[in-house]
Design a protein around this ligand. Structure first.
Ligand SMILES: Nc1nc2c(c(=O)[nH]1)N[C@H]1C(S)=C(S)[C@@H](COP(=O)(O)OP(=O)(O)OC[C@H]3O[C@@H](n4cnc5c(=O)[nH]c(N)nc54)[C@H](O)[C@@H]3O)O[C@H]1N2
Ligand SMILES: Nc1nc2c(c(=O)[nH]1)N[C@H]1C(S)=C(S)[C@@H](COP(=O)(O)OP(=O)(O)OC[C@H]3O[C@@H](n4cnc5c(=O)[nH]c(N)nc54)[C@H](O)[C@@H]3O)O[C@H]1N2
Ligand code: SF4
Ligand SMILES: [Mo]
Length: 915
């Protein structure tokens, strides 16, 4: 392995660098102050208009994730015979990629190669990737994980507005009197926007919040009304609303006449305003439904927020349009405090859409299926060719790879083995593919395991560029750390390959040059007369010098060259982007999800996110602080459903669909309706033995957008039998192959493994002692080894001590009834174990250290559930603010406040029923 160049930071007086959070689409400003190359102080940027200084728990923990552990720091090639990876020079790596792509294009045509990119790339990276594939290679086989995320919104916006436009500003959330959250767990997924809404609600208690979600989520803790709809029934609900608005004379006929087309057809497709019938179809209480419809009818200032419960559906695009229809019908769009608001998932979902990173779009909001647009872009680029038709959308793309039609793929900044539906098929496809190239910051991912060429990219804090957030605000990501090892910026890697393939048009030396080209293209012939008007125009940001680009303040588009100010909400003049300037209603007759539950697969699998993890955990998974909240994957289900499946809370179960299976621990959050199960998306083969839920998800897609139906797969649930449960904490990696089921959890000074096994511990199958020593890798017979065994109860505990410091320990029990992990973890902080510590290891519980604090609720201050509930009970606390004052929980980022509210209610209920 070649050496890792780490340039030490030797600033006597560290300077904070203003940058943007690399996680969600809220796009919060961060001030990062590096103290060393791996130690960075993180604070919210008070001047940033997204967050005004606040950060959620993931943002606050960014400092934990910048270390070099696990980083990919050298280009690597895989030996096809042995499968081994070896370091190569950049020159070799770029040569291998360029010649590999060129050969396959020469032999099989441009459509035999593809890029699969990501809404986490910076706009500059994305721009050159798209330019290379569409304008130089001449294929549109570039698609992105935004296909899995925002493509139904993109398609819905285009149908309604004539362009992919999110008209809203964050401020509109504060100006609204009613906020409807559809398929959005805002409290966990867009926490800073959630906090902004909560602040308004505190100041103006009349503001109403309605949540439409099959699950009772943390977001519901703050809602006035929760409609636990039948999964997939949103179109029916909003069609019913449209009919209700019409029946009650609540539409804005003047707006509809002046600015829209298609109202009558949409209304007639919506069906009758029959509350009872809609309530039955959506499986909600008719009274609650009527309340919602009335609230919507009488409140002028309504914002309808939607996220993945809407987009990730086989009717995703129709869901989007059924929502927009209600806003168009009431004229509630383009005005303060009202409109449809698609919250974007990834930090640069919007930037990717601006540069046309989807297989069916062109750059700068131009259309691939429009010959005029194609000609314009080709002229602007002076490129040798131009893709003539739409390329393959993500799911189709991997089908084509499996079928051998696409023979080379370059994956950048995404982990499709984990995140695409039918994940085992993705594995098979990549396994067959002639040339798989992956650019990542981490070496070991489920996807990189299939790559022939690994390209080390610069990560957050090392790279320079721009991102665009949910309200169309462009912010700079700035570097504050040195480039580690041989990692290079994504844009540079792409340009290096393009140049090696012999293409001009990629002679960029710095990201501001790319941004300038992007800005100029956005305003190129962008006027009403040319017939290619589009609202996306950042001509006002052309010609920025490097210094101006470096100093760029967060700024919203549109920002036309002639205009000094930006930041208006869109559609204020009632003009939309269709050629005639009018918006379109879209008729959305309700459709049932493609795959319905049946007797073999009786439950609907819903998948989504948890508060403290980001996607496939390559970054958040490295933070011990973030691991505390939820450390293992789980299957959340209704207790009666669990009973029917023969599983109890805390036990392991296997979920199976027609596509695949996975294993996780059953839990009852109390928020699931009967017939539905929920599993988080984050855990994968790097961190668990069998917890990749993507393997189970059906590959059904929305017919318009191609977005997968991640929220609706028919599945069966059965108990996963094991003979023992356990966990280990160790400073070095244990021999995990001998364990049936495991999950790895990052600790500060150790790795924790949650374990379960099927083997018997007895004289003929090997005893606990031998197993534990082999597992922890202790072969010295004289090792300092503390051990306790109760054969009749199937309980075993052992610890290995080196120089009076704990090295590792393992706890085993026949039942899933194990001691708390927190006090054991604290032993790893000690240089010397006391006699009490040794005794407590034998006893399996802390001696004289008070209570078990329970699972972490507040990650910032590490406050556990039991501590919080005890304080609520003993001190009679009634509000989240009182809990914060008493035990600190919720006092930093505030992400746990909805959970504090839930614990207050639960504790009060428990007290009532007890006494
Ligand atoms: N903590 C955290 N935050 C994140 C991310 C993360 O990984 N972790 N990822 C970011 C990204 S890329 C994205 S796209 C966003 C996603 O943000 P969200 O969309 O808020 O998150 P999800 O958990 O995917 O799903 C939202 C909700 O949709 C509900 N749902 C399921 N089926 C239906 C249905 O038929 N109708 C309705 N109305 N609702 C339904 C689910 O129960 C779930 O609560 O989060 C972003 N923020
Ligand atoms: N079942 C189910 N599946 C889903 C979803 C769901 O709700 N349910 N949601 C879908 C959605 S909305 C999304 S957005 C996707 C997300 O899914 P992915 O995009 O697959 O998830 P990430 O873990 O964000 O992958 C990002 C990868 O890029 C790497 N990386 C980080 N920074 C950089 C960089 O600067 N350059 C490069 N080259 N690489 C970098 C990371 O290490 C990681 O491997 O998952 C989708 N999949
Ligand atoms: S809400 Fe949290 S994850 Fe999203 S951008 Fe802000 S700090 Fe980052
Ligand atoms: Mo996403």
């Amino acid at each position: 392995m070649s050496s890792i160049d780490i340039i030490p930071i030797t600033r006597a007086d560290p300077v904070g660098v203003r940058t943007t959070c690399p996680y969600c689409g809220v796009g919060c400003g961060v001030v990062a102050t590096p103290r060393t190359a791996t130690d960075v102080a993180i604070a919210g940027d008070e001047t940033h208009p997204s967050n005004f200084g606040r950060l959620c728990v993931k943002g606050s923990a960014l400092g934990d994730t910048v270390g070099l552990e696990g980083r990919l720091l050298n280009p690597k090639l895989r030996d096809r015979a042995t499968g081994a990876l070896s370091d190569v020079s950049w020159d070799d790596a770029i040569g291998t990629v360029a010649s590999g792509f060129a050969r396959i294009i020469a032999e099989h045509g441009a459509d035999a190669v593809a890029f699969y990119v990501s809404g986490q790339l910076l706009t500059e990276d994305y721009y050159v990737a798209n330019k290379l594939m569409k304008g130089y290679i001449g294929s549109a086989n570039i698609d992105t994980n935004s296909r899995l995320c925002m493509s139904s919104s993109v398609a819905g916006h285009k149908r309604a507005f004539g362009e992919d436009l999110v008209p809203m500003n964050y401020e509109d959330l504060e100006l609204a009197d009613l906020i409807v959250l559809v398929g959005s767990n805002t409290a966990w997924c867009h926490p800073i926007l959630f906090q902004r809404m909560m602040k308004v609600k505190e100041a103006r208690p009349d503001v109403k919040i309605v949540v439409i979600d099959p699950r009772h989520t943390a977001t519901c803790e703050m809602a006035d009304l929760h409609l636990p709809v039948k999964p997939g029934s949103d179109v029916r609900l909003f069609n019913g609303l449209l009919a209700f608005l019409a029946a009650h004379g609540a539409t804005d006929a003047a707006f509809v006449d002046a600015h829209t087309d298609g109202y009558d057809a949409a209304l007639s497709a919506a069906g009758a305003a029959d509350i009872e019938q809609v309530a039955r179809d959506c499986n909600v209480d008719a009274h609650d439904l009527l309340n919602f419809y009335r609230l919507f009818t009488r409140t002028e200032r309504v914002v309808t927020v939607y996220s993945q419960g809407v987009n990730q559906s086989s009717a995703g695009t129709d869901k989007v349009n059924s929502i927009i229809n209600c806003h168009l019908a009431t004229g509630r769009i383009g005005k303060p405090g009202m409109g449809p608001f698609s919250f974007t998932g990834q930090p640069n979902a919007m930037g990717g859409r601006e540069v046309g990173g989807l297989a069916n779009t062109l750059a700068a909001h131009l259309e691939l299926d429009n010959g005029n647009h194609r000609g314009m872009v080709q002229t602007f680029w002076s490129s040798p060719r131009m893709a003539a038709r739409a390329g393959l959308k993500a799911v189709e793309l991997f089908d084509a790879i499996e079928a051998g039609r696409v023979k080379a793929v370059w994956i950048m900044g995404t982990n499709p083995v984990v995140s695409l539906p039918d994940g085992d098929r993705v594995k098979r496809a990549l396994d067959k593919c002639e040339l798989v190239v992956a650019s990542d910051i981490i070496e070991k991912t489920d996807t990189n395991a299939f790559a022939h060429v690994l390209l080390p990219a610069l990560g957050w804090g090392e790279k320079e560029g721009t991102v665009t957030n949910s309200e169309r605000r462009i912010s700079r990501q700035r570097a504050f750390l040195p480039a580690p090892g041989h990692a290079r910026a994504d844009w540079r890697i792409i340009c290096d390959v393009a140049r090696r393939m012999g293409y001009d048009g990629f002679d960029f030396d710095a990201p501001h040059e790319i941004f300038d080209e992007h800005a100029r293209l956005s305003s190129y012939r962008n006027d009403a007369e040319s017939g290619v008007y589009r609202a996306f125009d950042i001509g006002g940001l052309s010609d920025l010098t490097r210094e101006q680009y470096d100093a760029l303040q967060p700024v919203q588009w549109p920002l036309r060259a002639a205009e000094a100010a930006s930041g208006t909400r869109l559609f204020e003049t009632g003009r939309f982007s269709h050629a005639d300037g009018r918006a379109r209603f879209v008729a959305t007759p309700p459709r049932a999800p493609v795959n319905a539950p049946d007797s073999d697969y009786p439950f609907v699998l819903n998948t989504g996110r948890v508060r403290d993890q980001w996607h496939t955990m390559t970054r958040t998974g490295r933070s011990a602080k973030l691991a505390g909240h939820i450390s293992e994957s789980f299957i959340d289900m209704h207790p009666q459903d669990a009973l029917a499946c023969g599983v109890r809370e805390g036990e392991l179960a296997r979920i199976t669909s027609r596509w695949g299976s996975m294993i996780a621990r059953v839990q009852h959050s109390g928020g699931m309706q009967r017939g539905s199960v929920f599993v988080p998306i984050h855990w994968n083969d790097q961190v668990a033995s069998d917890a990749r839920v993507g393997a189970v998800v059906n590959p059904v897609v929305d017919p318009v957008s191609g977005e997968p139906e991640f929220k609706h797969t028919p599945v069966a649930v059965e108990k996963f039998h094991v003979t023992w449960h356990g966990f280990s904490l160790s400073r070095s990696t244990p021999v995990i192959d001998s364990v049936t089921h495991w999950t790895r959890v990052h600790g500060d000074r150790f790795m924790r493994y949650e374990l379960a096994g099927r083997n018997r511990f007895d004289d003929s199958h090997g005893n606990h002692h031998d197993w534990a020593r082999a597992f922890l890798g202790v072969d010295d017979p004289h090792a300092d080894w503390i051990e306790y065994e109760d054969k009749s109860a199937g309980v075993y505990r052992a610890a290995h001590v080196v120089d009076d410091r704990i090295e590792s320990c393992v706890f085993i029990c026949e039942r899933p009834d194990l001691p708390a992990r927190a006090w054991l973890a604290s032993l790893f902080d000690k240089e010397h174990l006391s006699d009490d510590d040794r005794a407590s290891l034998l006893l399996g519980q802390a001696i004289g250290k008070g209570e078990d604090t329970g699972a972490t609720v507040c990650s910032c201050f590490g406050v556990g559930r039991n501590t919080i509930c005890n304080a609520i009970r003993e001190k009679g606390l009634k509000t989240a603010a009182q809990v914060t004052a008493c035990v600190k929980a919720g006092g930093n980022c505030g992400s746990c406040v909805p959970e504090l509210k839930k614990l207050i209610v639960e504790t009060e209920m428990a007290q009532l029923s007890a006494g």
